[in-house]
Design a protein around this ligand. Structure first.
Ligand SMILES: CC(C)(COP(=O)(O)OP(=O)(O)OC[C@H]1O[C@@H](n2cnc3c(N)ncnc32)[C@H](O)[C@@H]1OP(=O)(O)O)[C@@H](O)C(=O)NCCC(=O)NCCS
Length: 160
């Protein structure tokens, strides 16, 4: 049986694993230096999912006043559809709620059906569109928002 994935705070030793997923998943990946400087900021919220020493997912967001923005959320390609993305997003929703956040915003590629379905499942709604916002390849961004993040429901299994 596979070990259960563990959700915890990001540590410096996680950066190579995070960047490996970032490069595998995004056309315009953040560098390790970008993650390092971002994660040093006090207004940044983040978490990593780890299984047997390997990073299998992460998110990075920030919060200014009562507004949060999700910047990056990804699950390693071999680890998907096991509830990891939902567990990471639920963790962010709980963090934002605990800090008195009123709204969470994010941008997502208009053709990213998996991510859009995940966000809708957690109460996000489309609030706008930015034409040709992304490059490599060029694509519109959907802007999604969720108001008044409630404490996330717990209890969903993170892994089999
Ligand atoms: C989006 C992403 C984070 C989802 O991670 P995941 O661990 O596979 O998601 P989960 O298993 O937690 O799925 C939660 C829900 O999201 C939706 N979902 C996830 N993947 C889906 C897919 N491929 N197709 C349709 N719905 C999907 C479903 O509603 C799912 O619930 P269900 O499994 O009960 O049907 C993952 O596909 C990923 O890393 N994609 C590349 C990076 C990315 O696009 N990040 C978002 C940038 S804005």
């Amino acid at each position: 049986m596979r070990a259960r994935a563990r959700l915890r705070a990001v540590e410096a030793r996680d950066l190579p694993g995070i960047v490996r997923i970032e490069r595998a998943v995004f056309g315009d990946p953040w560098s390790e230096a970008s993650f390092r400087s971002m994660l040093a900021q006090p207004h940044v919220l983040s978490a990593v999912l780890e299984r047997e020493g390997a990073v299998c997912g992460y998110y990075v967001a920030w919060m200014v006043a009562d507004e949060a923005e999700l910047a990056n959320l990804a699950v390693a390609p071999g680890e998907r559809r096991r509830g990891h993305g939902a567990a990471l997003l639920d963790h962010l929703l709980a963090e934002v709620a605990a800090r008195g956040g009123a709204t969470i915003h994010l941008e997502v590629r208009a053709g990213n059906a998996a991510a859009i379905a995940l966000y809708r499942s957690r109460g996000f709604e489309e609030s706008g569109r930015r034409p040709a916002y992304y490059q490599s390849p060029e694509e519109d961004a959907l802007i999604m928002r969720r108001a008044r993040p409630a404490l996330a429901e717990r209890g969903r299994p993170e892994a089999e």
